[in-house]
Design a binder for this molecule. Structure first.
Ligand SMILES: [Zn+2]
Length: 412
C-alpha cells in the first residue's frame, strides 16, 4: 500500500475495482497528493507504472478492532469455547500479564503497524481508557508512510455508577478534544451485559449531541441474550464468579429490539457482531439502514463456533454489513484480507463482489468516511493491490481466493 503526498503517480493494471462504479479492464488510476485524481481506461497514457496482472482496490477498511490486545501471539482460551467461559480467561490473562502503561501503548502501536502492513487504510478501533491517541497519531505517520485513518470509539461500560461515570468523563474529554486530522472519536457503550439502559442512553445522548458514531457489541452470543432477557444462565454465573456489582439490574426492562431502535436515533450506529439477531431485529435494522450498520467479524465468529452468521439475511434485507477482525484475543491476526478469504472459503453463498464491498465500501460508509473504501476522484489514494491471473471479470471474482495481496506499491 502506498500514499504519495508530494507526488503524482499513475498506475496501470489489468483490473481496477473502484467499488463505487463498474470494474475497469486495463485501467489507469492517477494519484495526486495522496488522493485519487482519475480512474480511466488505458488509452496510451504515458509516465505510468504498469502493474500488469493485478487488480487495484481501495485500501481496506477494518471496522472493528481492539488494538490493546495486539501484543498477543495467539488468541486467549481455546477455539470453540463460550463467551461466558472466555471472558474470565481474558480477565485472568490480563491480570497475569500486568501490562504497564508503556507496554499497553506498545501493543496498540504494534497493532497499528500490523493493520497498515496488511493493507488497511481505515480502522474502527474501540479505544479504552487511557488510549494514547497522540502517540498513536505519531506512530501513524511513521508506519510505512501510511495515512491510516482511525475512528476511535471511546469505550464506556460498568454496572456500577462510579465506574461508568469515570469512563463517561474520559470519553467526554476525548470527544471535546476532537482528535486530529487522522483520528476522530466516536463512543462505544460496550455491550448490553456491561452497560445498563441509563448508561446506554448517556452514550446515545453524546452521539446525538456531538454527531459522532456509536458502536455497541450486540447479540454476540446466546448467553448474552439469555442474561438480558431472563437475567440468568452462564453469563450471570461468570459475572457472579468475577464478583461484578450491579447484576440485580438483569433481566433488563429493554429488549434487544428496543436497543436497536434507540441506537437508530443516533446519526451513525454500528452493531458489532449481530451473530444472533432474530428476523424481526433484522427488519428493525433494515428499517434504519441509513443510520445503522452491522459489523461482522468472521474469524472471531468462527473462533467461538457460533451458529451460522445471518449475514446473507442482513444483506437480503438491505442492511449494510462491514467486516472487522476484532482483536488478537479472539483472532490470530488483524489481516482483513484473511477475513475476506475466510468468507470466500466458508460462505460460498455470498457473492465475492459483496464480500469485497464489505471489506471496503460498506465499512467506510458504516464508519461515516465516504472518502475511503472506493476509488473515485477525491477519495483516499492508498491502494490495495492483488496479483491475479484473471483474464475476464467473471474469473477475477471466481478466482479471488487465489489472488495474492502485494505491497508492491509500497516498494515503488
Ligand atoms: Zn469487539
Amino acid at each position: 500500500m502506498t500514499s504519495s503526498h508530494t507526488t503524482s503517480k499513475k498506475y496501470r493494471a489489468r483490473w481496477i475495482v473502484p467499488l463505487c462504479s463498474p470494474v475497469v479492464h486495463d485501467g489507469v488510476i492517477s494519484i495526486v497528493e495522496g488522493r485519487v485524481a482519475a480512474v480511466e481506461p488505458y488509452q496510451g497514457q504515458t509516465d505510468l507504472i504498469d502493474l500488469g496482472d493485478a487488480a487495484i482496490l481501495p485500501g481496506l477498511v477494518n471496522a472493528h478492532t481492539h488494538l490493546e490486545f495486539s501484543d498477543l501471539a495467539a488468541p486467549i482460551g481455546t477455539a470453540g469455547m463460550s463467551i461466558a467461559d472466555w471472558l474470565p480467561e481474558v480477565v485472568r490473562a490480563r491480570r497475569l500479564q500486568q501490562l504497564t502503561q508503556d507496554q499497553r501503548m506498545a501493543a496498540i502501536l504494534k497493532g497499528i503497524d500490523e493493520v497498515v502492513r496488511d493493507g488497511t487504510a481505515l480502522l474502527g478501533e474501540i479505544a479504552t481508557k487511557p488510549w494514547p491517541y497522540e502517540a498513536v497519531a505519531a506512530q501513524q505517520s511513521l508506519a510505512s508512510g501510511s495515512d491510516l485513518r482511525i475512528v476511535g470509539f471511546c469505550e464506556v461500560l460498568g454496572l456500577s455508577p462510579g465506574r461508568s461515570q469515570e469512563m463517561l468523563d474520559w470519553a467526554d474529554t476525548q470527544i471535546a478534544d476532537g482528535g486530529n486530522d487522522r483520528i476522530e472519536f466516536g463512543i462505544s457503550p460496550h455491550a448490553p451485559y456491561s452497560v445498563p439502559p441509563a448508561l446506554l442512553e448517556a452514550c446515545i445522548d453524546r452521539a446525538r449531541n456531538h454527531s459522532i458514531p456509536l458502536a455497541i457489541h450486540l447479540a454476540e452470543s446466546l448467553e448474552e441474550r439469555r442474561f438480558i432477557e431472563s437475567g440468568d444462565g452462564p453469563l450471570r454465573e461468570t459475572f457472579e464468579s468475577l464478583g461484578l456489582p450491579g447484576l440485580e439490574q438483569y433481566p433488563l426492562a429493554i429488549s434487544i429490539d428496543q436497543m436497536i431502535q434507540r441506537v437508530a436515533t443516533t446519526p451513525r450506529g454500528l452493531l458489532v457482531h449481530g451473530n444472533y439477531l432474530s428476523a424481526d431485529e433484522i427488519q428493525s435494522i433494515a428499517s434504519h439502514r441509513q443510520r445503522l450498520s452491522v459489523v461482522y467479524c468472521p474469524r472471531t465468529h468462527a473462533f467461538f463456533d457460533h451458529a451460522p452468521h445471518p449475514v446473507a439475511d442482513l444483506m437480503a434485507a438491505g442492511v449494510r454489513v462491514a467486516l472487522g477482525t476484532d482483536s488478537r484475543a479472539s483472532n490470530p491476526d488483524l489481516d482483513l484480507w484473511n477475513e475476506v478469504r475466510h468468507l470466500l472459503l466458508n460462505r460460498q453463498d455470498l457473492d465475492p463482489r459483496d464480500v469485497v464491498a464489505m471489506a471496503t465500501l460498506q465499512g467506510a460508509d458504516a464508519l461515516g468516511q465516504p472518502n475511503y473504501g472506493r476509488l473515485q476522484p477525491g477519495s483516499d489514494g492508498q491502494l490495495f493491490v492483488l496479483r491475479t491471473a484473471a483474464r475476464t471479470e467473471a474469473s477475477l471474482w471466481e478466482t479471488l481466493l487465489d489472488a495474492q495481496p502485494t505491497n508492491l506499491l509500497g516498494e515503488l
